[in-house]
Design a protein around this ligand. Structure first.
Ligand SMILES: *Cc1c(COP(=O)(O)O)cnc(C)c1O
Length: 246
């Protein structure tokens, strides 16, 4: 895992230079992982996971080239979004979303990565209809079948898609996963591969309003492996902003 390496890196003070250097380094690594996987440049986008990160640090990241910011908690995200209305950034919601918070996320996030039940998709549909918009979503899959983790069971997701495909104010763009915590970076590979396989299966259903364009997988420790396995969105926090203390 190179845990040593990561520790040293995250102990660096978080100056604008440090943030800029890390953003550039990750963008370069993404580019070379694309190349290595024989994928066209620009097919993978970086989502900076900004939970607990201050608006000042996020602003440094944006200056250094971040353009998609991923937040986990609605109450933390909304004030941050309000601070960046003039900036060329897109917000994604990547955390677990409670039903009662759905109304506040509609129209504020370009993409919700973490739709984990049919019920939640229906609530998003209802609120998007009220707001007069169509919400882009990904379906989160619990590929590791971990009892404590959110997400569709891998056996259920393919079955559930046709029902959600009927929701006229929701647009299903792909799948997302968070693999089980692992010791080595290659241990996540089978989970990434499984997610890719599920997306293929869903694609084969050929549902008119369902696209499997996006695969959101890979974090600080394994985004290069995820890119080899077909990721289009990688969610990276620690490798940019350092270890979280909260
Ligand atoms: C925090 C978070 C990430 C980023 O994880 P790092 O290991 O810090 O890169 C990615 N995805 C989700 C859903 C997260 O909550």
């Amino acid at each position: 895992m190179g845990g040593h390496d990561l520790c040293e890196r995250t102990m660096e003070p978080l100056t604008p230079e440090t943030i800029a250097k890390r953003v550039q380094s990750i963008l370069t690594k993404i580019r070379s992982a694309e190349e290595k996987a024989g994928r066209p440049a620009g097919t993978v986008r970086l989502v900076a996971a900004t939970k607990t990160v201050t608006v000042e640090h996020i602003a440094e990241g944006v200056r250094a080239g971040l353009s998609i910011l991923g937040e986990n908690r609605v109450q933390e995200a909304l004030p941050k979004i309000a601070m960046f209305t003039q900036a060329p950034v897109h917000w994604h919601f990547i955390g677990q979303l409670q039903r009662r918070k759905v109304r506040s996320v509609i129209g504020r996030f370009d993409l919700i990565h973490s739709v984990d039940t049919v019920d939640l998709a229906q609530e998003i549909n209802r609120r998007a209809e009220e707001a007069g918009c169509r919400q882009n979503i990904l379906l989160e899959v619990n590929v590791g079948r971990e009892p404590t983790k959110a997400g569709f069971h891998p056996d259920d997701v393919v079955r559930s898609v046709p029902m959600m495909a009927q929701l006229s104010h929701v647009c299903i763009k792909g799948l997302m996963t968070i693999p089980p915590p692992s010791a080595g970076q290659d241990s996540a590979r089978p989970y990434f591969r499984t997610l890719h396989g599920l997306a293929r299966q869903i694609e084969a259903l050929d549902l008119p309003s369902v696209r499997m364009d996006e695969l959101s997988m890979g974090m600080s420790n394994d985004f290069d492996v995820a890119i080899e396995e077909g990721a289009t969105l990688v969610r990276v926090g620690t490798a940019i902003f350092g270890a979280r203390h909260v």
